[in-house]
Design a protein around this ligand. Structure first.
Ligand SMILES: Nc1nc2c(c(=O)[nH]1)N[C@H]1C(S)=C(S)[C@@H](COP(=O)(O)O)O[C@H]1N2
Ligand SMILES: [Mo]
Length: 463
């Protein structure tokens, strides 16, 4: 038709369906990655890499864009059979783990167990992958340091790094989406998210490695640095586009000798396990988990933040009014230091607890980012009418603002004589006086982080 603008429409197929995704692309949570193998083609190779797409909410979204079906002679029984599973070599994790997503692996030790040990055993430490685990030969692996746009480059083997002075840092690591499940449940109409994480996406360990501040100082980058504002970490796991997982932190954190950022090769005294970044990862205490890049290949001192989707789009601080229709990604900062948080580890939601002397026992964890220390943990069993101060059972002795570990706590709280169930809430206070918000409603974020409202568990009582 003359006078009508020519427009390219983008169609893809999935199983027997044909879909027009043109209008959907800008809303796609994974960004334009969807274009790479999808233009006029099948979604199956893309979804072999990102199999969590076969999720009810996503299939429903896809159905809204169906424009027809393939001709019978073009339909294939199992279109997936032509594509190899890129996760085939991923390590097998502990069978007790609570698995939220199989591929890429998102799983953790059971919540009740996590709160039992100050140092989380490596096999129960939570894992949050976005891509297949890369296979790396430690004997030939090198780590590059580079100042962007200059010839100032250094290259180290693992042995080179292990010969340098190392430090051991006691620190928790928490995923940006920890406790997201509660946020999604608490907010009516919240969009279902793919990884609805339970409160066990935090763990605590001893990390050994080389201080990044020393390596940077060797390259002339110190706490006085003015030109370069960010340090990017680039991993070896890659998207279908070939783009590696990357993240960045502000230069002040990287150069600060007290910031304790390390290139870590040991976790709880053992070589870093494959799932946690073997043979070496960046470890950024006090910041959200996403910045501690695993399977580290390169450290890039730059004027810019990492280009990665997980720095630019996900794991950002969005207001409750922001959604996919009105979002301005560049206006919202990346999540770095994380706010004060806590959760009950025992009993779990729905458990039956025995009442002794009119009381029940509760235990859990508390943690605050940015080097803050937990100074108090409050528990209530009557909706906040009366609060009880928990005992801080295990806490690292380092002081704020260089306190990186979680705190384990316990509390004996009274319950009503005739009650058959009780709601237990907990909230932590950190060394800068910050306290968790009461509800998720006013802190809702469409990307599901951070999730730090009071933790609430409902338990049945046996008298
Ligand atoms: N290379 C790489 N680094 C990564 C990730 C990843 O997928 N690839 N995930 C990040 C996220 S979101 C988190 S929460 C932590 C999880 O570290 P862990 O699996 O060792 O607990 O690693 C971060 N570093
Ligand atoms: Mo994460």
């Amino acid at each position: 038709m003359s006078g009508m603008p020519l427009e390219t429409r983008i169609w893809v197929t999935f199983r027997e369906g044909v879909y027009d995704i043109t209008d959907y692309i800008k809303k796609h949570p994974g960004g334009e990655k969807i274009l790479i193998s999808a233009i006029g083609g099948q979604l199956e190779p893309l979804w072999t890499m990102y199999p969590f797409h076969e999720h009810r909410a996503i299939l429903q979204t896809l159905e809204m864009h169906r424009i027809g079906n393939l001709a019978l002679e073009d339909q294939i029984d199992d279109p997936f059979k032509f594509f190899d599973d890129p996760y085939i070599n991923d390590p097998v994790m502990h069978s007790d783990n609570h698995v939220v997503v199989e591929k890429p692996y998102i799983g953790s030790g059971p919540l009740s167990r996590l709160g039992d040990e100050f140092y989380t055993p490596n096999e129960h430490f939570y894992v949050r992958n976005h891509l297949p685990v890369p296979q790396i030969d430690p004997n030939t692996h090198t780590i590059e340091l580079e100042i962007e746009g200059t010839d100032n480059k250094k290259c180290y083997t693992l042995d080179d790094l292990k010969r340098m002075k190392n430090v051991t840092v006691t620190a928790a690591l928490m995923c940006s989406g920890n406790r997201r499940e509660e946020m999604v449940k608490a907010v009516p109409g919240a969009r279902e998210m793919v990884a609805n994480l339970t409160p066990n996406f935090i763990s605590n360990a001893q990390w050994t490695g080389v201080p990044l501040s020393c390596l940077l100082k060797d390259m002339g980058i110190t706490t006085d640095e003015k030109k370069y504002k960010h340090v990017q970490f680039i991993g070896l796991d890659k998207e279908v586009t070939g783009e590696p997982y990357s993240a960045s932190i502000p230069i002040f954190k990287a150069t600060d000798p007290y910031g304790d950022v390390i290139l870590a090769y040991e976790m709880n005294g053992a070589p870093l396990p494959p799932m946690h970044g073997f043979p070496i990862r960046a470890f950024v205490p006090g910041h959200t988990g996403a910045r501690s890049v695993k399977w580290l290949k390169k450290v890039l001192v730059s004027e810019h933040e990492a280009p990665c989707h997980y720095q630019q789009i996900d794991y950002k601080l969005y207001g409750p009014n922001v959604n996919w229709k009105n979002v301005d990604y560049s206006a919202c900062p990346a999540l770095q230091m994380v706010p004060v948080n806590s959760a009950v580890c025992r009993p779990n939601n729905g458990d039956t607890v025995h009442v002794e002397d009119g009381c029940i026992n509760i235990k859990g964890y508390a943690y605050s980012g940015g080097g803050q220390k937990i100074i108090r943990l409050d528990v209530t069993s009557d909706g906040g009418e009366t609060w009880h101060t928990a005992t801080l059972d295990h806490q690292d002795k380092s002081e704020a603002p260089h306190h990186w570990a979680w705190t384990l706590w316990s509390c004996k709280i009274p319950v009503k004589k005739d009650a058959s169930e009780v709601d237990v809430w907990c909230k932590a206070v950190d060394s800068s006086g910050n306290v968790q918000p009461e509800s998720f409603k006013n802190i809702f974020s469409w990307k599901g982080c951070p999730c730090n409202a009071y933790n609430r568990v409902k338990v049945k009582l046996s008298h």
